[in-house]
Design a protein around this ligand. Structure first.
Ligand code: UDP
Length: 340
């Protein structure tokens, strides 16, 4: 298939481009580079040995998005491009709703206009909200999220379901990610957050490489085994391969729209992740225990059964591999990707 990957220069998008190319698909990247660097595309070409056509485009521009579909012959869309900082979304709700919804509207309209029917959407475990029982299962119906970022995912899932109901041939996979970490095993591709990282793994990686003094563990008085929060960390290459499996499943999917959890099915605490990262680096890393972070849930992980049964996909890479690959990327690229 010839697949449009929006946000293809971003963290999960870029790794998915590589997995798609390895699986024999053709890829067209669309990225605004608002939160990524164009130099990523060169890395993708070097790593794959293939040309990766890339369009600098803001998908909230519906006319420009439609022109892209008129220029490129596309069979499917994998939509990663979005604003994704949970805390920032609380401060700038309009920006988040407008960007994340408008870009999806543009894409859906262009797909309808040009007869493209296959869509894989980058959703999030955050759609399960605060009340869902753990482990999270796709059948859970009362989706809601505490942040505008998360709520934009809830809303887009609903928009896509409504459109798919009335558009002939539409098949939409809603992929609910747990906590993506790790990097491509080459060390040439990884997560490159702008500014101070919000997430645990990139923060830890920057402590290890000397860009930050120490990690602050947000709370050690949770009702968990060691008192720190537990999350379902998943290697970004497993996640990328999950996208390929979902894409290839669309034509035989039982329903027009179907959610799939992409997680490992088990939880890891902040301190367990820290210890694994220390093994990867080969030394102890400085940390202090601070107060809880507002809005953090004590523990959640995926029920990963549906993806295994229906997509024939399961995460296989271990926590130690996630940390070793992150460290290879960060130590070889201490300042992230080059600007040009
Ligand atoms: N965390 C932490 N220190 C940090 C960043 C995160 O202790 O500097 C903890 C956070 O409280 C949560 C876990 O690490 O329990 C994962 O946080 P992250 O922001 O990576 O993902 P989330 O699950 O919140 O989306």
């Amino acid at each position: 298939m010839r697949v449009l990957v929006t946000g293809g220069a971003g963290y999960i998008g870029s790794h998915t481009v590589l997995s798609l190319l390895s699986a024999g698909h053709d890829v067209v990247v669309a990225d605004s580079y608002a939160n990524s660097k164009p130099s990523v595309v060169g890395r993708l070409e070097d790593l794959s040995g293939r040309a990766v056509p890339a369009h600098a485009i803001d998908l909230t521009d519906a006319a420009a998005t439609d022109r892209l579909f008129a220029t490129e012959q596309l069979d499917a869309v994998i939509h990663f491009a979005a604003l994704k900082a949970v805390g920032e979304s609380v401060v700038k709700p309009l920006e988040y709703y407008r960007n994340n919804l408008d870009s999806t509207f543009s894409l859906a309209a262009a797909m309808q206009n040009h007869g493209v029917t296959r869509f894989v959407f980058s959703s999030s475990a955050t759609v399960y909200g605060e009340k869902a029982p753990v482990p999270y299962r796709e059948e859970y119906e009362h989706l809601s999220a505490t942040s505008p970022y998360g709520q934009s995912k809830v809303m887009i899932e609903r928009v896509l379901a409504d459109v798919a109901q009335v558009t002939d041939g539409w098949k939409v996979a809603l992929l609910r990610y747990f906590n993506p970490v790790g990097a491509h095993e080459s060390g040439q591709l990884g997560e490159d957050p702008q500014g101070v990282p919000n997430n645990l793994m990139p923060y830890l990686a920057q402590v290890a490489v000397g860009r930050r003094d120490h990690l602050t563990v947000f709370g050690d008085d949770y009702p968990t085994a060691d008192g720190t929060c537990e999350r379902d960390y998943i290697h970004v290459m497993d996640l990328a391969e999950g996208h390929v499996a979902a894409l290839e499943h669309l034509d035989v999917m039982s329903e027009p729209v179907r959610p799939f959890n992409l997680g490992t099915g088990s939880g890891t605490s902040v301190l367990e992740l820290l210890r694994s990262f220390e093994r990867a680096v080969g030394r102890e890393l400085p940390y202090v225990v601070g107060p809880r972070r507002a809005g953090d849930l004590p523990a959640f992980w995926a029920d990963a059964t549906r993806a295994r049964k229906e997509l024939g996909w399961a995460a296989t890479r271990t926590l130690d591999e996630m940390c070793a690959d992150t460290w290879r990327w960060q130590s070889q690229n201490p300042q992230g990707f080059p600007d040009a």
